[in-house]
Design a protein. Structure first.
Length: 300
């Protein structure tokens, strides 16, 4: 609809629409969150969570509209069938750009429960949207360096405690718990610094999803392993606003979570920790090969 406009003007319009959409949706979200906080009755809180998730899904639907208005993105998607909103999922993906999040929301909105991302604790201070994430019960994680933990060993396990606390709230409503296993966006500098053994990926961090399995276990229906590839190169958020993301390739693979991983303790069971890390590394080897096939196909 707006494709005839210059890209910077499209970016400005899309940015304004995103801001307006956020400001309109945040007030009913905050009102319902406050009501849920003031009335500690579990059945009512469960119903209010559904209302809050509906508001968030409406916000995503409006974002999909302006994304379609400013750009002509060609979506090449496989494996998207078979999900529903009545089951809980553990979702993971490679991470290349801020666009990844909006792309996943675009494709998965109302196909499965609302994605709940693991977020850095500092992001709670992002104006408006940080409070929205808090109201929607996104888990905020405080990460400590190895040096800091050496000086303050009492902080060990805090991420696990945070994850368990968040997952306890998820037991009353279906949820899609999302985690970028790499923990950060892929860049050539980070790839070189890590000396990553993968061609297209950073090293995966197994602890995050292991903690989710420890906390939720039997509640999770399956693991959804997502691979995202941008044939034109990794786009920035401004590229998305300007409608410059012309092609996105996404592959979804639903996998059963091995029964041997349920009811285990990642922190205290060394044999399980090694076994789980090997499983995650194999996932990443397969994903690296998948990305190579996507790249080769994109060049043809």
């Amino acid at each position: 609809m707006l494709h005839f406009l210059p890209a910077p003007l499209r970016g400005l319009i899309a940015g304004l629409l995103l801001a307006l959409n956020t400001l309109i949706c945040c007030w009913p979200l905050f009102a319902v969150a406050l009501l849920k906080l003031l009335i500690p009755i579990p059945p009512l809180q469960r119903a209010l969570r559904f209302v809050m998730h509906g508001i968030a899904e409406t916000w995503i639907s409006v974002n999909k509209r302006w994304m379609d208005m400013v750009g002509k993105t060609q979506w090449e998607v496989s494996g998207l069938q078979g999900f529903d909103k009545n089951h809980s999922y553990l979702v993971t993906s490679n991470h290349q750009s801020w666009v990844d999040i909006l792309a996943l929301q675009y494709l998965l909105n109302r196909r499965m429960p609302l994605l709940k991302f693991f977020l850095k604790q500092e992001l709670i201070w992002v104006p408006v949207i940080g409070l929205c994430w808090w109201a929607l019960e996104f888990p905020f994680m405080k990460r400590f360096s190895k040096e800091y933990l050496a000086r303050h060993p009492e902080k060990r396990g805090q991420d696990l405690a945070t994850t368990r606390k968040a997952c306890e709230r998820y037991k009353t409503n279906p949820v899609a718990v999302f985690n970028f296993l790499e923990g950060t966006r892929l860049t050539p500098a980070k790839h070189a610094q890590q000396q990553s053994p993968f061609k297209h990926l950073l090293k995966p961090k197994a602890g995050g999803i292991a903690f989710v399995l420890d906390a939720m276990g039997e509640q999770l229906h399956s693991l959804v392993n997502v691979t995202i590839y941008y044939p034109q190169g990794n786009p920035g958020f401004w590229d998305l606003l300007c409608g410059k993301v012309n092609r996105v390739v996404v592959h979804f693979e639903e996998m059963q979570i091995p029964q041997a991983f349920l009811g285990r303790n990642y922190d205290q069971d060394e044999a399980y920790r090694l076994q789980f890390q090997q499983w995650v590394n194999q996932l990443w080897l397969d994903k690296d090969a998948q990305l190579e096939r996507m790249k080769q196909h994109g060049q043809n």
